[in-house]
Design a protein around this ligand. Structure first.
Ligand SMILES: Cc1cc2nc3c(=O)[nH]c(=O)nc-3n(C[C@H](O)[C@H](O)[C@H](O)COP(=O)(O)O)c2cc1C
Ligand SMILES: CCCCCCC(=O)C(=O)O
Length: 394
């Protein structure tokens, strides 16, 4: 006899998403989106034009990208038995604010190449699941428009620090005015790396004017143009390529940025413990340990292998976040056990966006939260705050 099952009567846990999927199965319905990360990426590859797929999937060479994943396998969780895990808390405190989970949406530029909804769809999904979103400078919609879609969910603004201080100040102050709660300055992209997949397709979307909405909506940027941006896109791209990068910048320049905003500043792309110490000395509020998903320095250390060193150097005095290679719940637990305060999810949400727009991103986030919740419980823990390096096998 088939018995009916009502997930609504199950206790409130993120892990219940699993029960929801099985309950649909009782009605003969299979999940619309593939469950495994690898299968979701394969589906995205079917629906995206090849150049757009490779822009997201590719790296700078691909050994660091692979190492980001294989390094996770060297850290193993060490479960404990017979602890009470009936009530569980996935919350984390980041920059002094309690979040319902450790997840944040990583800044991913030029999302219009993935789906028409782009950052607006991602922001709506983030709001539905209450996962804070970090918006890229090179986004396809203006930062003010994306912020509105987030509603009460937190947003941070990621700055590609231009060589024009007035433009940097304008972007940062627009973000502050729009309600973003922190500025993330990405340090690892002073220039674009040698990206073989993109070079193979001779593909760089920004050169077609994609991903430039924050520039074309900026008064300081537009003051450097002879005509309104919509009337001369070639001039927009030329001006953008003139101002985008600032290879001469050093730690000393951070003081001016610090003065430009009251918001907390977090530096993204820190891998060396001494750079984390410099960040602290420069008055920064946090760092994100990241190798940009293996997209910048081919041959670099796997990001997860850099995490403990940075945490040991500065973790007691500033927030340490992590990205590059997070795919499953166990990855999140390992990063938190090593000392991360929160983790950024990157490519997985992009594949959800490619396959099903906002709904796809939402589903990716709900699945990851379910996986985190169940893995937390099964390792004998009732809160992420209780994890530490003793949660890992020696
Ligand atoms: C298509 C794509 C675009 C990205 N754009 C940005 C960006 O605009 N700013 C930034 O700081 N990082 C950017 N990143 C890096 C991500 O923020 C994050 O560090 C990376 O995706 C983590 O690796 P993972 O996706 O393999 O987990 C981008 C990554 C991808 C895949
Ligand atoms: C020259 C434009 C660089 C922005 C690249 C966006 C990004 O971070 C990435 O693709 O990775």
């Amino acid at each position: 006899m088939t018995r009916s099952f009502d997930v609504a009567t199950a206790p409130e846990h993120y892990g219940n998403h699993q029960l929801g999927i099985y309950a649909q199965g009782l009605k003969g319905q299979l999940p619309e989106l593939p469950l495994r990360y690898e299968d979701m990426e394969a589906r995205a590859r079917e629906v995206l034009p090849p150049a757009a797929y490779w822009y997201v999937a590719g790296g700078a060479g691909e050994t660091s990208m692979a190492a980001n994943r294989s390094a996770f396998d060297r850290y193993r969780l060490l479960p404990r038995m017979l602890t009470d895990v009936s009530q569980r808390d996935l919350g984390r405190t980041v920059l002094g604010k309690r979040q319902v989970s450790p997840l944040m949406i990583a800044p991913l530029g030029v999302q219009e190449i993935i789906h028409d909804q782009a950052e607006l769809g991602v922001a709506r999904a983030a709001a539905a699941v209450d996962v804070p979103m970090i918006l890229s400078t090179v986004s396809s919609f203006a930062l003010e428009d994306v912020r509105k879609e987030l509603g009460t969910t937190s947003g941070w603004y990621q700055l590609y620090w231009p060589n024009d201080d007035a433009l940097a100040t304008s972007l940062v102050q627009r973000a502050e005015k729009a309600g973003y709660e922190a500025i993330v300055v990405t340090l690892d992209t002073k220039m674009l790396a040698w990206r073989e997949r993109d070079l193979d397709g001779a593909y760089l979307p920004f050169l077609k004017g994609q991903g430039l909405a924050n520039y074309t909506s900026d008064p300081v940027f537009c003051a450097g143009l002879e005509k309104p941006p919509q009337d001369d896109m070639r001039a927009v791209v030329k001006h953008w390529s003139d101002v985008f990068a600032a290879p001469a910048r050093t730690w000393d320049d951070l003081a001016r940025l610090r003065d430009a905003t009251k918001l907390p500043i977090v530096l993204k792309g820190v891998l060396h413990p001494e750079d984390a110490i410099k960040a602290r000395e420069a008055g920064m509020d946090g760092v994100i340990v990241s190798n940009h998903g293996g997209r910048q320095v081919e041959g670099s250390i796997a990001a997860i292998d850099a995490l403990a060193g940075v945490v040991d150097a500065v973790g007691a005095r500033m927030d340490v976040l992590f990205d590059s290679g997070i795919r499953r719940g166990a990855d999140v637990l390992k990063a938190i056990a090593l000392g991360a305060d929160a983790v950024l999810i990157g490519r997985p949400f992009a594949w959800g966006l490619a396959c099903a727009g906002q709904a796809g991103v939402e589903e990716v986030l709900r699945r990851l939260l379910a996986d985190i919740d169940l893995t937390l419980a099964l390792t004998g823990n009732d809160s992420l705050d209780g994890l530490s390096r003793v949660s890992l096998a020696p």
